[in-house]
Design a protein around this ligand. Structure first.
Ligand code: AMP
Length: 286
């Protein structure tokens, strides 16, 4: 596996692969890789003939009070995992190279970026859409791979590819979970043992909402109340627990097949997010 940190080098490597007729897959990450990330890399290795994984903790998607400085980093462990799974290149870059003095052009995802995580993290999705656009331009992949775990991000990026006429296939893969249901996240490492014991309650609350939907409940308010109640008395401090319709994440009173239940909540300083699709929505993604 090649480790590439220069923008020029990743461009020429990708150009070589294109010329050799290889399909290039990109898996953008912020590192501290876990089994969720690995599942995306495996999918790219299966479906593309050259896979680039990027590791870049993107400062412009963090707010001033957020955990940029505490964000977990494990470069050596990441390299080992990527070698094991058969990635062809690891691309790392720096904030100075990505955002040199004078940088001022951003990709604005519009209303899709305003609610849910966007409400408590203003500017977050602008940072995400901008860095993904830059990575797509640098690596020039045919396909890229993202997780359903970040559902709002997935919807924003699918929309962005369409709106900006990007010649690109973006794939969204299912959330990988620990045996107790907790979605893998780099932030799980920041939990104390006691918080780690509480953590699966977020996924469990979402599953209760899914069960109620499967029993026929379609009223958004009832489903949200049910989810919020599940977390009362737990160690979580809720940021939001919401159900939304369709690709625009519409806050309708009645839900349809393809809706999502999504939640964000804090255990101490650590903010966890998770979601479940309602009905037979999975087939509609990516
Ligand atoms: P991050 O490093 O957190 O920016 O995540 C990089 C990519 O991995 C994003 O597309 C995430 O949606 C995806 N991802 C994170 N956690 C999981 C998980 N538990 N299962 C599947 N994909 C995930």
């Amino acid at each position: 596996m090649k480790i590439v940190s220069s923008h020029q080098e990743i461009r020429s490597l990708s150009r070589e692969w294109h010329q050799a007729g290889r399909t290039v897959g990109l898996v953008p990450t912020m590192g501290a890789l876990h089994r969720g990330h690995v599942s995306l890399v495996e999918a790219s290795v299966r479906q593309c003939s050259a896979t680039v994984v990027s590791i870049f903790v993107n400062p412009i998607q963090f707010g001033p009070e957020e955990d940029l400085d505490r964000y977990p980093r494990d470069f050596d462990g990441d390299v080992e995992k990527l070698r094991d799974v058969g990635a062809d290149a690891l691309f790392t870059t720096t904030p100075e190279e990505m955002y040199p003095a004078g940088f001022q052009t951003y990709v604005d995802p519009g209303a899709l970026g305003d609610g849910l995580c966007g409400a408590s993290r203003p500017g977050h999705f602008r940072g995400v859409a901008t860095v993904v656009t830059k990575l797509l331009n640098l690596v020039q992949p045919h396909e890229s791979f993202f997780g359903q775990k970040d559902y709002q991000q997935a919807r924003i990026l699918l929309r962005m590819v369409q709106d900006l006429n990007l010649d690109h296939r973006l794939r969204i893969l299912p959330t990988v979970r620990e045996v107790d249901g907790l979605a893998y996240s780099s932030r799980n490492q920041m939990l104390t043992p006691e918080q780690r014991r509480e953590a699966p309650k977020l996924a469990a609350a979402l599953q209760e909402v899914r069960k109620a939907f499967d029993r026929g409940e379609r009223r958004a308010e009832q489903l949200q109340d049910l989810g919020r109640k599940q977390l009362e008395g737990s160690g979580f401090r809720l940021d939001y627990f919401e159900v939304r319709n369709d690709e625009f994440l519409a806050a309708d009173a009645l839900l349809e097949d393809g809706a999502v239940a999504a939640a964000a909540a804090f255990l101490g300083k650590t903010r966890l997010i998770d979601n479940v699709l309602l009905g037979s929505a999975q087939s509609r993604l990516g």
